[in-house]
Design a protein around this ligand. Structure first.
Ligand SMILES: Cc1cc2nc3c(=O)[nH]c(=O)nc-3n(C[C@H](O)[C@H](O)[C@H](O)COP(=O)(O)O)c2cc1C
Length: 209
């Protein structure tokens, strides 16, 4: 089989769990091609619309650590079909992800599109770059007008990605998405209110006559 994400994820203990649940044959028999080691236009479109993701790193003690990263839509940039990058903004100054990645450059990202009920998982090696290390990359990751202080750039080298099914994803919408969806209703309401006011005025005049 060619299934890049599972090649990484399926450690001996994972295989043992699959065997225990009778699922090992399913994966041994997998004959499809899901190497997914290069992003396509599909992932580019998906990534360009994301304004957040979750990134897991691993501590030196083996503890997983997941943190949220947010920014303007598309702040996780596709540099090329195997490389992503984003500006890491100043936060609570704990630097847990930064420290973890210095000791172990492996990360796993999950990106959610709640309205469309889609999720993308990414395995990558992460490299930390100073803001002035690569001017072209800095220009790419800095979103003009976004109020945040970028402290470093994380550059991610793709190992494999995978798409998950929509099961158990409840659609959720941002304020902006809701505002866009209800705008025609507000406009129609305003129009009906204006028509109603004009009608009331005419009726009042008829009543006065
Ligand atoms: C003033 C301030 C306070 C924050 N406090 C928290 C917090 O208590 N817990 C948390 O998870 N994130 C907090 N954040 C967000 C994190 O600092 C931010 O997500 C950062 O990127 C976390 O990086 P790290 O978890 O890799 O150290 C805070 C951000 C700011 C600006």
């Amino acid at each position: 089989m060619s299934y890049g994400f599972l090649d990484i994820a399926m450690t001996p203990s994972v295989r043992a769990a699959q065997a225990e649940m009778g699922a090992d044959a399913q994966w041994e028999a997998f004959s499809g091609n899901r190497s997914f080691d290069r992003f396509t236009a599909n992932e580019a479109t998906f990534l360009a619309a994301r304004d957040s993701f979750y990134m897991a790193s691993v501590s030196e003690d083996g503890w997983p650590y997941v943190q949220h990263r947010g920014g303007p839509a598309g702040f996780l940039k596709m540099v090329d079909d195997r490389t992503l990058a984003f500006a890491d903004y100043r936060g609570n100054r704990q630097y847990i992800s930064t420290g973890n990645l210095a000791a172990n450059d492996r990360a796993c990202l999950i990106l959610m599109d709640y309205p469309r009920r889609a999720r993308l998982k990414i395995y990558a090696h992460v490299e930390k770059l100073a803001m002035d290390a690569n001017p072209a990359l800095t220009e790419l990751v800095m979103d003009e007008g976004y109020k945040a202080r970028a402290e470093r750039i994380f550059r991610l080298r793709l190992e494999a990605f995978d798409w998950n099914c929509p099961q158990h994803i409840t659609p959720r919408f941002t304020e902006r998405e809701i505002e866009q969806a209800v705008r025609p209703l507000h406009e129609r309401l305003a129009q009906l209110e204006a028509e109603n006011a004009a009608l009331q005025e005419r009726l009042g005049k008829i009543g006065d006559a």
